[in-house]
Design a protein around this ligand. Structure first.
Ligand SMILES: Nc1ncnc2c1ncn2[C@@H]1O[C@H](COP(=O)(O)OP(=O)(O)OP(=O)(O)O)[C@@H](O)[C@H]1O
Ligand SMILES: [Mg+2]
Length: 355
C-alpha cells in the first residue's frame, strides 16, 4: 500500500467525483489550533457545556447536600483545568453546516469516523446535533488520533517520504442516514476487478443477506462497472455501499486496499493472494460474496472493548499477565481474610481504555 493510495481514499479526494452517488456531506478544513485541541490530553468542552452544567446560584434547592457547601476553590482541591476551547469562526461554520444538513450529522476526519468512541455518546450512536457532540466523539476516539498522527503507518514507502508528506485535515459532516445495517456491504477491488463482497456488520446474522445473495451481487457489480471502476484513480482499493432497495445503491466510503482496512469476512492473506482473481480476463467474472449464514456464525463486535476499563481488557485478553496475577493474589488474600484497608494501594487501577 502506497501513500498515494491512502491519499486517494481521503474523503475530499473522492467526494467531488462521486457526489451524486453518496450521502450529502460538507468538508470543513480543520484549523491548526483545533487539531492541537484534538491531540491534547484533556477533554475540555466549549464554554456552553460548562455553563449548562453549572448550578444556578440563585436556585432555592432544598436537596442540597453537605458536599454542595464545600468550597471547591480552596487550594487543596484546585486542579489545573485547561481553558475551554474557543474557535469562533470554525464553530460558526460547524453550526451552520449542521443546520444545512438537517440538524443531524455523522462526523469523520479524512479517513476515519470516531466509531470506537460511540460508547461515550448519550444514545450510543455517532449522531451529532450540536458542537459538543462532535467535539466529544472526536476527542474520545483513538481512530481520529490515528488519522491525525500516523495516516501512513502501514504504507510501504520510504520513512522520510511518510514524514514529509503533508495532509490537509478536514472535518467531514455527513447528513445523518437512518440505516439498516443488513444493507451495508464492503467490496474489494484488485487489479481493477471486483473480487469480493462481504456484509459490513459481522456481529449479526441477517437472514435477508443469504436469501438475496444473487441480487445483491448483481446490483453491486452493476454499480462498480458503471460508476466506480473508471472514475477511481487506483486499481486496488475497497469501497463500502449501502443497498437501500433493490437496484438503488449509495456509496458510503473508500478505503485503502491493505490490512489497515478491516477485511471483515475475508482474510487479508486471501485478498492479497491470487485465489479470488478471475482465471481469465472475463468481463463476466462473479465476485465472491460472504455473509454470516446462521445465527451461530456471528463474530464479536471489534469495537465492544472500547470504553471498558483497560485493566479488564488486559486481564481478559491475557495482554498483561501481571494484572491477572495481581487480581488472583487479591482474591486469595480476600478469601483468607488478609485484606485490610491498608491494602488499598494494591487495588488495580481501573483506567478507561481510551486514555
Ligand atoms: N451518514 C451516515 N449516517 C448514519 N450512519 C452512518 C453514516 N455514514 C456511515 N454511517 C455508519 O457508520 C459506519 C462507519 O462509517 P464509515 O465507514 O464512514 O467509517 P470509517 O471510520 O471509515 O469505517 P472503516 O474504518 O471501517 O472504513 C458505517 O458502516 C455506517 O453504519
Ligand atoms: Mg472507511
Amino acid at each position: 500500500m502506497k501513500i498515494t493510495e491512502v491519499l486517494n481514499c481521503s474523503f475530499s479526494a473522492w467526494y467531488s467525483k462521486f457526489k451524486e452517488y453518496t450521502v450529502k456531506s460538507h468538508v470543513i478544513p480543520l484549523p491548526p489550533e483545533f487539531i492541537e485541541y484534538l491531540l491534547a490530553d484533556q477533554i475540555v468542552l466549549p464554554e456552553q457545556t460548562v455553563a449548562m452544567a453549572t448550578a444556578d446560584p440563585d436556585s432555592d434547592d432544598d436537596n442540597r447536600s453537605a458536599e454542595d457547601d464545600i468550597d471547591w476553590t480552596t487550594e487543596d482541591s484546585l486542579t489545573p483545568v485547561a481553558e475551554p476551547p474557543s474557535f469562533p469562526e470554525f464553530e460558526a461554520i460547524l453550526k451552520s453546516t449542521i443546520k444545512k444538513l438537517g440538524g443531524q450529522v455523522f462526523p469523520k476526519l479524512n479517513w476515519s469516523s470516531p466509531k470506537d468512541a460511540v460508547w461515550i455518546s448519550f444514545d450510543r450512536t455517532l449522531m451529532c446535533t450540536c458542537l459538543n457532540d462532535v467535539y466529544l466523539l472526536l476527542k474520545s476516539s483513538d481512530f481520529i488520533t490515528h488519522d491525525l498522527t500516523q495516516p501512513f503507518k502501514h504504507c510501504s514507502d520510504d520513512e522520510n517520504l511518510k514524514k514529509e508528506t503533508t495532509v490537509q485535515y478536514d472535518l467531514i459532516l455527513r447528513k445523518w442516514l437512518s440505516m439498516n445495517p443488513a444493507y451495508e456491504f464492503r467490496c474489494f477491488v484488485k487489479h481493477n476487478k471486483l473480487i469480493g463482497i462481504t456484509q459490513r456488520h459481522i456481529d449479526m446474522y441477517y437472514e435477508f443477506i443469504p436469501e438475496n445473495k444473487k441480487e445483491i451481487v448483481s446490483d453491486i457489480q452493476g454499480f462498480f462497472y458503471h460508476i466506480i471502476k473508471d472514475n477511481f484513480p487506483d486499481k486496488n482499493y475497497c469501497f463500502d455501499v449501502y443497498r437501500r432497495h433493490q437496484g438503488k445503491l449509495i456509496l458510503l466510503d473508500f478505503n485503502p486496499f491493505g490490512r489497515v482496512t478491516d477485511g471483515l469476512l475475508f482474510d487479508w492473506d486471501e485478498l492479497e493472494g491470487n485465489g479470488l482473481l478471475p482465471e481469465n480476463d472475463s468481463a463476466h467474472h462473479i465476485p465472491e460474496i460472504r455473509c454470516i449464514d446462521s445465527p451461530s456464525g456471528v463474530q464479536p463486535n471489534p469495537y465492544s472493548a472500547y470504553g471498558y476499563p483497560k485493566d479488564l481488557k488486559d486481564i481478559s485478553s491475557g495482554e498483561d499477565p501481571t494484572k491477572l496475577m495481581e487480581l488472583l493474589k487479591l482474591k486469595v488474600q480476600e478469601q483468607n481474610g488478609e485484606l485490610s484497608s491498608s491494602d488499598d494501594d494494591e487495588e488495580i487501577d481501573l483506567m478507561p481504555s481510551n486514555t
